[in-house]
Design a protein around this ligand. Structure first.
Ligand SMILES: NC(=O)c1ccc[n+]([C@@H]2O[C@H](COP(=O)([O-])OP(=O)(O)OC[C@H]3O[C@@H](n4cnc5c(N)ncnc54)[C@H](OP(=O)(O)O)[C@@H]3O)[C@@H](O)[C@H]2O)c1
Length: 253
């Protein structure tokens, strides 16, 4: 893993692979009125979010290094139900400080069988949180209550700001969104992604895969490039959201 940019040698450009990753992930995460939101995604060189239906083979081993290093940062890992089902999510490993990030699953149908690997957690305090809308089936909410903490965060499906407010109520200050494209698109569209990590694997897959965000309307959100690494042919990009701030330098959106 090597840094490509920034190139200033006094800023650690010749750092070891471990330092390169640590510098890539370093950011001032300021939590104001809502949890700080990071996103991590991988894409093919032609912009696809999946290869043969999964994301794992889009890039080489460096992507796993960044994936696991990022998971050491947040209090919660947020994922759409389709990603949890397709990628067979397991409970997140504890961070170096021993705290296990909460897995937070967003679902409307609540089609989440209780024997999914993500529910294999012994400590009830570490069970996944399932965020759903008030329009979801009540009997499914009750069923899932045996294996998860089920929270309503929105009237018609989950509303992203209500979702973050519900997580803030549980002392969750930093959230890592791992997609998929339909969930991430909603957070980007509302200006709720503060920091975005993108791996570009050196493969073109063509076909009908989604891009890494998916929304039916055009929305723009501006980001600033913060760091670029490479590992072999794969690129690792770190972006920070461009945000309006008030005269005290405090983020206003
Ligand atoms: N390239 C990458 O980095 C990357 C990352 C993650 C996933 N993926 C791939 O992306 C695919 C899955 O992504 P996806 O975009 O189809 O799905 P997704 O975003 O993972 O999940 C969509 C599901 O999440 C729930 N959901 C999302 N927004 C909701 C809302 N506002 N209210 C209520 N529920 C909501 C719904 O679940 P219910 O159906 O349960 O109602 C919906 O069907 C998989 O193939 C996965 O491998 C790629």
């Amino acid at each position: 893993m090597q840094r490509i940019w920034p190139t200033d040698p006094s800023d650690g450009a010749n750092d070891s692979p471990g330092d390169a990753v640590a510098n890539h992930l370093r950011a001032d995460r300021v939590v104001n009125d809502r949890p700080w939101v990071m996103a991590n995604m991988v894409a093919s060189i032609d912009g696809a979010a999946t290869r043969a239906g999964r994301s794992g083979s889009l890039a080489g081993p460096g992507d796993r290094v960044i994936f696991h290093a990022l998971r050491e940062v947040p209090d919660a890992i947020l994922a759409g139900a389709a990603t949890v089902r397709t990628e067979r999510y397991r409970p997140p490993k504890p961070r170096p400080d021993g705290v296990r990030p909460r897995l937070v699953i967003v679902s409307g149908t609540l089609h989440l069988p209780a024997d999914l690997p993500c529910f294999e957690v012994e400590d009830p305090a570490e069970r996944p949180i399932v965020l759903t809308g008030a329009d979801s089936p009540v009997e499914e909410r009750e069923r899932l209550g045996d294996v998860a903490e089920v929270l309503v965060a929105g009237d018609l499906g989950v509303e992203p700001r209500a979702a973050l407010a519900a997580l803030a109520d549980r002392q969750i200050g930093v959230v890592l969104c791992e997609g998929g494209p339909r969930l991430l698109g909603q957070f980007v569209a509302k200006g709720l992604v503060d920091e975005w990590y993108l791996t570009i694997g050196a493969v073109a897959v063509l076909g009908t895969s989604s891009r890494i965000t998916h929304l039916d309307t055009d929305v723009e959100a501006q980001f600033r490039l913060r760091s670029v690494l490479h590992d072999g042919d794969d690129l690792f990009l770190a972006y920070a959201a461009v945000r309006p701030t008030n005269s005290a330098g405090i983020r206003t959106s």
